[in-house]
Every structure is written in C-alpha cells, then in structure tokens.
Ligand binder design. Structure first.
Ligand code: ACO
Length: 409
C-alpha cells in the first residue's frame, strides 16, 4: 500500500472531514457544527493521508496557549480530528501522522502538544500522558442542599438570551482562564463553541438556556444549561444538564448552583465536565448523592522538555536531575537538570547522574500539577535513584488548584 501524507488544502476539506465523520460512526454532523469546525480548521497545520484520490487519514492541530502552574501561557498544538479509514486501520497510518505532526510541532517551536482522546489507550505510545482529569456530577437535587457562603443573597440572577449575552459570558470566561493550569487561551472564533445548540443533539431537552449572575450591575458569572422534562405517573423528575457554570467569586458560584438545584419539576442536575477539585463539592450537603465520577481529560506531550519545564514555576524549591526516555521524540532523551522554585526555573542538559528516571509520558502527566510523580512512582512508572528526590520533585510539581480543561476540541 502506498499512501501520501500531505498538508490539507481548502478544496479537500469536505472529503477530509467526511472521512473523519465516517470514522466516528458515519452520522453527519449538524450544519452549524460542521461550519464551525470548517472555520476553525487550520489548514496549514492539518494533514491528510491519501490512497490515490481517497482520503484515508486525517489529523489537525489548533494553535492554543495553555495555562501552566505559575500563570504563564505556553504555546501548544491542540491535536484534533484524528482518524484512519477502517479499511486501512492498524497499518501504521496513525503512527505516520503522529510522526509528521510532532516533527512539525517541534519546527513550529511549540513546546507542548495536547489532545482529548476518543480512547485513552491510543496516545501513550506517542509520549502523551494524562495531564488533566474531569469530574462528572449527577446531583440528586431533591435531597442535596447548596451551603451558600455570605453574600450569595446579594447576587442577582437573570434569564438572558444565550446569543445576546455571549460577549458578557466570554468576558467572564476570559477572566477565569488564568486561575487554573490546563485552561486554553483561544483564538477568535472559539467563542462560538459553547453556543452550539443543534436541535438534533438535544435528545428531548430544551434549547440552550442562559442565566447571568450580577452584582452591582456587573456580570460576575453565568450558567448555560438545558432542561429535560421527565415524569413518571405524573410525578415530575426533570433533569438539568449544565453545560457550563462559571463565576468570578464563591458567592456568585454558589448562587448559580443553588439556582440550578432549585428549578421546579426537576430532581437531577448533571454536569459532564467539572474540575476534579470543584468547590461545588465543598458546598453540597451530601457528596454521596452527587454521583461523582472521574475520567481522563487532556493528554499532554512535552515536545521540548527543556522549554516546557522552564515555562512553569514550582510550588516548592526543586533541584533534580531527570533521566528521560523518549523513543518517539529522541531529541528529548537523556539527562536534564531542573532547578526552580515559585519564581521561575531553569532546565538544561547535564552529564550529572540521574536522581529520577521516567519517560516523557510521566512528565506530561505530572506537568500541569494533576497526578503526582509519587503516585506514578507507586505505579512503577517513575524510579527514584537518589533518596529524597521523589518527594522533592513530587511536591514541587504540585499545584494549589487542580488543572482543568473547560471544553473539548
Ligand atoms: C485527538 C483525537 O482526535 S482522538 C480521535 C481518534 N480517532 C478515533 O478514535 C476514530 C476511530 N479510530 C481510528 O480512526 C483509528 O483506529 C485510530 C486513529 C485510532 C488508529 O489508527 P491506525 O492507523 O489503525 O493506528 P496505527 O496502525 O498507526 O497503530 C499504532 C499502534 O496503536 C495501536 N492502536 C491503534 N488504535 C488503538 C486503539 N483504539 N486502542 C488501543 N491501541 C490502538 C495499534 O495497535 C498499534 O500498536 P502497535 O504499535 O503496538 O502495533
């Protein structure tokens, strides 16, 4: 089989995207969503694999900046739209696209590549580690109370039209993106994503509803949600599906959750993507009735180990030598000395002996402060050579708040 991997052209986009849709089951996306992805595709950062005139592989890379511990934003390729035709699977086409893409990302000077995976088992072999997780909550709102902090009653809530309020909501979102690692500074166009509301995808739920939280005339938060009415023998038990709940302070946050939990004729509030350390979980009267489940979210790959590790700060002083294994991107292999603290860091190649040995995948998993290097050592994935180095590095890589990716891509 001879296939050709090349940069995507605009006139190929339809065939390229149709290939992706088939790989995900063959149900064509609704028009509004398709248009959005067409507009957001960065052609010169996307590749197609062609077998003659047939597109048999797709992969793209958005231009993102990702917040890292310490508050800096680091350039990252947002790997996306990956697929291989079922007729051509398991012949190395994904591997050839990952090869091309990671070489490109390195040439573009972007120290990170990030993605959300259709299946978590796919990308570890290419050096990605699970860098953020997300929590799913399904709150029994007939039993769970929100213990609201002082000031919650001063927050005014108003129903608004989601499209008309989009700019105000985006302004609040932009003020939150530096508050946790793992958040994305998006380029123009992305503000359309949270407003997607295709009737085909509502599955019996209402159109998108939007409520803003205001204090003294200023917008301090918002929630966008669907309401899915349900009942059995005339007993209503509707379901609120919260798409986002975003606020600038605890009182506004509590007011929004209290509102969602108090809507008449409903008994469940469900949210698919919350931070794993969501303050909500410290506001509820009964965490057992919140149906919390955790899954992987953003997978992180250090494309340039030195630059990436220098871009973040460290919670506690650290001075360790890592021996890094990276078979897929051998330019990262070898020993790196990381010295840093809460003000900055240096990470340079060294000939000194290793304190810790690990693969680039573990560095990706720990990079944003989610899983600890000590947890990974417990799984046999990090090896301590110098006694004390593991605790030192594990503490330093921590983050006071867990990283979180607020939306998929
Ligand atoms: C960021 C994103 O867009 S995520 C979306 C990913 N896309 C999808 O899930 C759509 C449906 N699936 C597909 O299109 C394809 O099966 C892909 C893209 C997952 C894999 O493409 P392929 O060309 O078959 O992969 P390739 O042949 O390069 O496989 C490389 C290795 O990964 C393994 N692998 C591939 N897919 C999977 C999988 N889903 N789960 C576990 N391992 C996998 C292969 O077994 C192979 O392992 P080996 O090196 O030990 O032999």
């Amino acid at each position: 089989m001879t296939t050709d991997v090349r940069v995507l052209r605009q006139d190929e986009w339809e065939r390229w995207y149709a290939r992706l849709e088939v790989a995900f089951g063959g149900v064509a996306e609704p028009p509004q969503e398709r248009r959005l992805w067409d507009d957001l595709t960065e052609l010169d950062r996307s590749v197609g694999v062609w077998d003659g005139a047939d597109c048999v592989g797709t992969a793209g890379a958005f231009s993102f900046r990702v917040s890292v511990p310490g508050g800096a934003f680091v350039d990252a390729a947002g790997v996306t739209m990956v697929s291989v035709a079922a007729t051509h699977r398991r012949r190395g086409i994904l591997t050839s696209m990952m090869r091309r893409q990671l070489d490109d990302v390195r040439d573009w000077g972007e120290p990170l590549a990030v993605l959300t995976a259709s299946e978590p088992a796919i990308y570890g072999r290419f050096g990605y580690g699970i860098g953020t997780r997300q929590a799913y909550v399904s709150i029994d709102s007939s039993r769970v109370r929100i213990d609201a902090p002082a000031g919650t009653d001063d927050v005014r809530l108003r129903f608004v039209d989601a499209a008309e309020a989009a700019e105000r909501c985006e302004a609040v979102y932009l003020r939150t993106i530096g508050t946790r690692p793992g958040m994305l500074a998006r380029s123009p166009g992305w503000e359309r994503l949270p407003l997607l509301d295709e009737p085909e995808e509502r599955n019996g739920a209402s159109p998108l509803q939007c409520v803003v939280a205001e204090r003294g005339g200023e917008t301090v938060g918002f929630t966008r949600f669907h309401n899915k009415p349900e009942s059995e023998w005339a007993v209503p038990h509707g379901r609120i599906q919260a798409r986002d709940v975003t606020a600038l302070d605890p009182a506004a946050y509590a007011a929004l959750w209290r509102f969602l939990c108090d809507i008449d004729l409903t008994s469940t509030v469900e949210a698919r993507n919350r931070p794993v350390d969501d303050p909500l979980l410290s506001m509820v009267s009964d965490i057992r009735r919140c149906g919390v489940r955790v899954r992987d979210s953003m997978h992180v790959r250090l494309v340039d180990v030195g630059t990436a590790l220098e871009a973040r700060t460290y919670l506690t002083p650290v001075d360790v030598v890592f021996e890094v294994e990276d078979a897929f991107c051998p330019w990262n292999e070898g020993r790196w000395r990381l010295s840093g603290d809460a003000t900055g860091a240096s990470c340079k190649r060294t000939e000194e002996p290793a304190d810790l040995t690990l693969s680039v995948r573990e560095l990706g998993a720990a990079y944003l402060g989610d899983v600890s290097l000590a947890e990974l050592a417990g799984a046999g994935r990090v090896r301590e050579v110098r006694q004390g180095a593991l605790a030192e590095a594990a503490l330093a890589f921590g983050s006071p708040v867990k990283p979180w990716l607020q939306h998929g891509f």
